[in-house]
Structure formats: C-alpha cells, structure tokens
Design a protein around this ligand. Structure first.
Ligand SMILES: Cc1cc2nc3c(=O)[nH]c(=O)nc-3n(C[C@H](O)[C@H](O)[C@H](O)COP(=O)(O)OP(=O)(O)OC[C@H]3O[C@@H](n4cnc5c(N)ncnc54)[C@H](O)[C@@H]3O)c2cc1C
Length: 398
C-alpha cells in the first residue's frame, strides 16, 4: 500500500463519506482519479439516522427513504399541525447511507481503506504525516472529522467541562399490533413531558400507522441514565397511543455537543476539520446532515481552487456560509438553556404557536433576512433574551 496520497480522510463517518461522495462526482474527471486514503478506527459504521427539512434537491436526495410534508408541535395549549411545503421533513437511514458509501469507496480503485486508529499528525513542508496504529502515511491534503482527544483533555484541564451543554437522546423504534399512529405528520417537539433540570421533549417519526421512532430528547448539562429516558418514553407512549400492545424493535441513542465555542483548538496539526470536529453542527438544534453536505461541498470546491463561484454542482449554492448574527442568536439561546432551562418550553411554545413553521425552518436554516429574524424574535418572551444580551455585553467588556 502506497505511503503518499493526494488526500487523506481521518474517520469514515458522515462528513468524510459526504466529502468523498462529492469529490468523486465533481464535474469533469478531476475528482475521480485522486488517490485517497480513508482511515477508520472502527470495523463497523456508526449506527444512526438523520432527519432534516429541505425545500430543494441535495446531493443525497436519492438516499431519503421517508419524507413528510406536515409537522406538529405540541405544548401547553395542545397540538398545532401545519403543512410545510415547499419544505419536506426527510429521513435518511444511516445503515443504508454507510452501506452505499462504504461499498462505493471500498470498490473504487483510487481509494484505499485502512482500518486503523490515528494517533498523531505532523506538518512536514506542504504535506501532513499521519501516524496510525498501522503505520505512517503522508497526505498532500488531510481532512479530519475527528478532534484530537489530547487537545480536548488539555483544554478541559484549563477551562473545565467541554462542551457545557449536550443534546442527548434515546429513541425506541416501536411496532404496534394495530394501527394507532397518524402517519402523515412528524411530531417535531412535544413538550408535554416532565422537564426536570433540562429542556425535555419527545419527537415522533411515524413511518406507518403501526411503526414509529419515538425519541426522548434533552437539552441539558447533565447526561442521563437509560432508565431516565425509558421512564418518559413508556409514559408518553401510553398517554399518546393508549394501552395498545407494542414492542420496541431497536433503539437509537446519542449525544451531540451544543456549543458556539470554536472547535479549531482541537484540530489535529496539519489537517482541515470537517463534520462535528469542524463545528458544523447547528449549536442550538443539533441539526447537522444538510449543513455538512453544504460544508463538504464547499471544501471539495475549495480543493479545486473554486473559491466564491456559484452553484458548482446543480442544487444549493455551495459557497455561502451563514452571516455571523446566527451564531450570536445561538449563543443567546444556549445561555438560556444552560442558566434557565425551564424557560425553553415557553420559548418554544411561543415560537411554534405564533409563527408559520416554514418561517421557523428558514430562520433555523440561517437563510432568513434581518426583518424576518426580527418578526420571529418579537413573538418570543423577551426577558430571558435580554438577560442573555446583558450577560453577553458584560462578558465582551471584561
Ligand atoms: C444517534 C445520532 C443521531 C443523530 N441524528 C441526527 C439527525 O437526525 N439529524 C442531523 O442533522 N444530525 C443528527 N445527528 C448529528 C450528526 O449527524 C452526527 O453526529 C454525524 O454523524 C456526525 O458526523 P461526523 O462525520 O462529524 O462524525 P462521525 O459520523 O461520528 O464520524 C467520525 C468517525 O471517525 C472515527 N474515528 C474516531 N476516532 C478515530 C481515530 N482516532 N482514528 C480513526 N478514526 C477515528 C469514528 O469511528 C467515526 O466513524 C445525530 C447524531 C447521533 C449520534
């Protein structure tokens, strides 16, 4: 196996596979024959599902196995359900995504697949040396979807916990013996569950009248034990679908960092970060998949020196990154979740009861304009945001 590659990808998770998939489809032949080394520590692909809303075709549209055009929010004044066209809420099964992308990469004559753990990296001239449990390799360009754990540990010793806040969740894929589920609408957030010391809601993806993913999601500082989620899920299913018999066929569990802090201090030397390690997760919602699709598309375009050109591929503009004000909004909301988690439920209730869901999606996608943002903020309880604004200003003054 050669020791030098055009590109090395550290990790073969979502963002690396998005990058490679888009690289190989780059218009013309330039992306097809680059020698790429993929280094993945695990023998098996990560287990996960991805959901997001979209109003346009994207690179992975053909991977979408379910989509819904109605969305429901539930809070203290009951349920509110709305059609969201031109958006659809889309579901990609991670097993299918990784089967296709890993198989494609493993069959490709210009891609080498290495099962090994990266232990160190070093810049040497214009190249980067990557040390792994299976030897040392050199990349003309190295992208990493993994943060350097030693740098995270050293940061934690100086500054404390990282991140301060998590979105963590556990979901049950439940099958009922009879049809009890309305399959046409996704329940994005149902806050009619105990809030404890965090913001807690249930999320329901109905795949058919008797099969759904029912997930308990938490925005909070503390991670939970399995029983904490199970207790809420059991009670929610009973309350929502009645005393019908069902079985849990599989479980999804995960945690996503909620932070506006830069991940740049944790990047392996000589590499460019992508994915979660590149700070691509939307801090206030945890949504990632489409943001990463755009981010990796931009990275591929940059690799070929296509800075600032529009619509390099058909579909979304691959060059725009969000205006900085959206990171500021995220910071305000994260401050509220951290310091006054009990305020999150009334904020979300106001957001979803007073706004068109499509406008909320555009805002959360960071594609709204300033007057649109102002209209959304005017519907929200302002005291918690003002408190965060003052805290933000005083922090900046120090
Ligand atoms: C269960 C779950 C559900 C989610 N659901 C959604 C959703 O519905 N919508 C959404 O938008 N986002 C969702 N997310 C968030 C986001 O999509 C995922 O976290 C996403 O997979 C992150 O991709 P990534 O490329 O950053 O990292 P990963 O996909 O985690 O890839 C990192 C890879 O690097 C490998 N690795 C780690 N260390 C090393 C090393 N030292 N050497 C070599 N390889 C290494 C790992 O084995 C892994 O395969 C979810 C996350 C989880 C955990």
């Amino acid at each position: 196996m050669p020791a030098t590659y055009d590109i090395i990808l550290i990790g073969a998770g979502c963002s690396s596979m998005q990058f490679l998939y888009q690289l190989r489809r780059y218009p013309g032949k330039r992306g097809k024959k680059l020698r790429v080394l993929v280094i993945e520590a695990s023998q098996t692909a990560p287990r996960r599902t991805w959901c997001f809303w979209s109003s346009e075709e994207h690179t992975f549209s053909s991977f979408v196995s379910h989509s819904w055009n109605r969305v429901t929010f539930a809070g203290k004044s009951g349920e509110r359900s709305q059609p969201v066209n031109p958006y659809t809420y889309q579901y990609i099964d991670g097993d299918h995504f990784f089967k296709k992308t890993w198989e494609e990469a493993k069959k490709d004559e210009y891609t080498v697949w290495l099962h090994a753990t990266v232990t160190a990296t070093k810049s040497v001239g214009n190249q980067t040396q990557v040390e792994t449990s299976a030897g040392t390799f050199t990349g003309n360009k190295v992208y990493s979807s993994v943060s350097n754990p030693a740098k995270i540990e050293s940061w934690k010793r100086k500054h404390g916990q990282f991140p301060g806040l998590w979105q963590h969740f556990k979901g049950w894929f439940v099958r009922f013996d009879e049809s009890v589920i309305a399959p046409d609408a996704v329940t994005l957030m149902d806050f009619r569950v105990p809030q404890k010391d965090a913001a807690v809601f249930v999320y329901v993806l109905p795949f058919s009248p008797n099969y759904a993913l029912v997930e308990c999601t938490v925005f909070g500082k503390r991670l939970w034990a399995d029983e904490d989620y199970d207790h809420i899920l059991k009670a929610y299913i009973k309350e929502t679908f009645g005393e019908k018999s069902y079985r849990c066929e599989s479980v999804e569990k995960g945690r996503i960092p909620m932070t506006t802090s830069s991940f740049s201090s944790f990047v392996w030397d000589g590499t460019e970060a992508i994915g979660t390690a590149g700070g691509v997760v939307k801090p206030s919602t945890g949504y990632f998949f489409l943001r990463s699709e755009r981010h990796t598309k931009r990275k591929v375009a940059e690799y070929f020196g296509e800075h600032g050109s529009q619509n390099i591929y058909s579909g979304v503009d691959s060059t725009n990154s969000s205006p900085p004000r959206f990171a500021f909004y995220d910071e305000l909301l994260l401050g509220i979740i951290q310091q006054e988690p009990e305020r999150v439920k009334p904020i979300m209730e106001a957001l979803f009861s007073k706004n068109d869901f499509r406008h909320i999606f555009t805002f959360l996608d960071e594609r709204s304009n300033l007057p649109g943002d102002a209209r959304i903020f005017m519907t929200l309880p302002y005291i918690p945001f003002l408190k965060q604004l003052f805290a933000y200003i005083s922090k900046k003054r120090i």
